[in-house]
Every structure is written in C-alpha cells, then in structure tokens.
Design a protein around this ligand. Structure first.
Ligand code: SF4
Length: 369
C-alpha cells in the first residue's frame, strides 16, 4: 500500500484542479454508479470546482445508495472497555501523558455492559474499543469477544493494530471485523501528531486492514481523522486505500468513516477545519466513486447534520453512544474519548429513521452454525 501512496507524494493537486473543467466533472457524475471510478475521476469530485455541483452529486448519490442498499440503515453502538493507552497522539484525551482516571474493565463488567446494551438498548451490533496498549493482550480481547458474542450478532474491534495471526485467533473466537483509522495519510504530518508508542509506526498501521482481510474478517472499516492533514489530500488518499482493499480482498466488505475534529477541544485546535460543506462533498465523492462501500456516520456529528446526510449515501449509523469506559451501566465513570454531539436514544433514532422512510437494521449477520 505504501508504494501506491508514494505515487502521490509529490502530486500537484492545485495544478490538477486548475486544469479541470465543469463539463468533465459533470460527465464523471453522470457515469458514476456502475463501477469504481479511477483515481483521477475520484479526485475531480473532491475538487473546488465540483463543490459547485453538489446538488447533482447528491441526486446521483441518493440513486446509487438506493440501488445498492435500499433504504436501510444499520444501527450499532460503541463499547469502551479500556482507556489505558501507551501512545501519545497529540489530539486525543486518552493519550498516555494525560492525567485522567484510567479504567480497564473486568470480564464481569464487560458482561454487565453487554447485557445493558443488548437488552435495554436493543442493539445487536457492537464495536469494542480500547486505548492502544499492551495491557489489551490477545487473551483479554479473545475472552471479551467471546462474552460479547453471547449478546451481539456482530462484534467489531477498534483496538491497537494486530498481526495477521492475532486476527486469526480472534476470528476463531467470533470476531467479525476491525475498524482502524490511519488518522493521517500524509506521512510527515502523521509523525507530527503521533509522538510516542507503537503508533509512531506509520507503515504497520497502514497495512492493518490488509492483515485483517487476510485473516478472513468480513467487515473492515477505515478512514482518516479530518482536522490533521490537508482535507482534500486526506480524503483522496483514504479513498485510494479503500480502492486498493476493495480490489484486492474480495471476501471482505469495506466501509469508510469520516471522523472529524470540528473545533478546539481540550485546548487542541485542528489545523485544518473541515466545514460541513466540505464534509458533504467528501461523503458524496466516496458514494459516487465507491458505489458498494459502506459509509458510517458517528455521533461526533450533530443530530440535524446527521439526519440531513441520510439520503446522501450513509449506510451505518451509531445510536445511543457513550464514549466513556463503563459508561452504560457501571458507576464511577471515566472521561469520554471525545464529546458526542447527537445525544438521542436508540428509540429516538429509530423513530426518526422510520419517519423518513428508512428501515433501521439491527441484525445483519448470523454466523454459520
Ligand atoms: S487516538 Fe487511540 S492510540 Fe492515540 S492516544 Fe487516543 S486512544 Fe491512544
């Protein structure tokens, strides 16, 4: 993957954008939907000139989404089981040097949270999250997954990058998928934000989705954290990564998320704010360029904004999210990793979806017996 990204290391984005004309972009919008677009067609959709064609992009994105996914939105929730982290990502509240209260759930506590989320909230698809630490041994993750599989049909992890062999062990324990964000595809900028710990290894992280796919995991989600690198370049390189994965690992389903740091948070001011309009353009470009890829929108985004994104290509929606360790059912809660901006309950999300003509999907997978 690194070699593919290298092709674009000294690419002149501005000159490419200057040479585009509106009729080329209109043709790309017109032809999108049947197959994955090539790199430069995709980049054209991310260009400043394409931002004047958002309405046509939105109409096409809506048609493509209904063609491939119908009017279904998959619902999931996150479950944080540890905020202990060995890394020093300058933008994150869980970073090693931050003097917050740390917590690492026991298996009994994980089961209590699982029961609450599945029985009280009615959720069937869960993402298990931790900080990235050697304390999350394979045995700890394996047992946690086995507990969660008693309550959820789909279990995805967002933990430190693992080896293929480790993913294979977790697959045997019932793991369905992995979420791993590169955070920043531009290598030099990546080093600026990731100061200590295993996460300083850019390449090992970059190849994580590939190792997960080689271990047969069926659901793999990637993305960049908007706010760190140059937004258009990051959106583009994340798409190039997605395309590589889709084209090479046919047994897995790939999806992309668009997490963004919106404003100063805990005294961290993002260097590259992504406006709502840019965010919408990126989402539309992903839908047009990668018609069959899933697109996830989390509760980092506000209620109204999330609801407006629904017809534009979204396929997965988090609901009732809590980003504190033990935050659902246990007392003595810890600090959240990031603030959520959509505080609606699962029932409120379900009723909003139904009112808008969407079918909420809680269970999309049943493992073979
Ligand atoms: S982003 Fe992840 S790896 Fe980095 S400090 Fe936060 S929890 Fe740790």
């Amino acid at each position: 993957m690194e070699n593919i990204l290298k092709q674009y290391e000294s690419f002149n984005y501005n000159s490419f954008f200057e040479n585009l004309n509106l009729s080329d972009i209109k043709n790309i919008i017109e032809k999108s939907g049947d197959k994955i677009l090539d790199d430069f067609e995709f980049l054209a959709l991310l260009s400043p000139k394409a931002s004047t064609l958002l309405e046509s992009m939105a109409l096409k994105a809506n048609a493509i989404t209904e063609q491939y996914f119908g009017k279904e939105i998959h619902i999931y929730a996150p479950l944080y089981i540890s905020n202990i982290c060995d890394n020093e990502c300058t933008y994150c509240g869980f970073k090693h040097s931050n003097p917050i209260k740390r917590r690492h759930l026991t298996f009994e506590e994980i089961e209590k949270e699982a029961i609450y989320i599945s029985k009280t909230l009615g959720i069937h698809s869960i993402i298990l999250l931790t900080g990235e630490s050697c304390i999350n041994s394979i045995e700890y993750l394996k047992t946690s997954i086995k507990i969660l599989k008693k309550y959820f049909s789909t279990v995805i992890i967002e933990v430190q990058p693992l080896s293929q062999n480790e993913y294979e062990i977790l697959y045997e324990a019932g793991l369905d998928g992995v979420t791993v964000y590169q955070e920043c595809y531009h290598k030099k900028t990546y080093s600026k934000y990731h100061l200590k710990g295993n996460k300083t290894d850019y390449n090992y992280r970059l190849e994580t989705p590939k190792r997960a796919a080689l271990a047969n995991l069926r659901a793999i989600n990637i993305g960049t954290l908007f706010g760190l690198g140059s937004p258009v370049e990051e959106a583009f390189l994340a798409g190039i990564h997605l395309k590589y994965l889709i084209n090479n690992f046919l047994r897995s389903q790939f999806s992309i998320s668009l997490p963004r740091i919106k404003e100063a948070y805990r005294n961290i001011k993002p260097e590259n704010i992504v406006s709502d309009k840019d965010f919408v353009q990126f989402l539309l470009a992903y839908r047009l360029a990668f018609p069959m890829a899933g697109i996830n929108i989390s509760t980092r985004e506000s209620k109204n904004f999330r609801d407006n994104l629904l017809p534009l290509g979204v396929t997965k929606y988090s609901a009732g999210s809590v980003t504190e360790v033990g935050g659902y059912s246990l007392s003595n809660n810890s600090e959240p990793q990031f603030e959520t901006d959509d505080h609606r309950s699962v029932q409120e999300i379900v009723s909003m979806l139904k009112t808008n003509g969407y079918q909420p999907i809680f269970k999309d997978w049943e493992g073979a017996i």
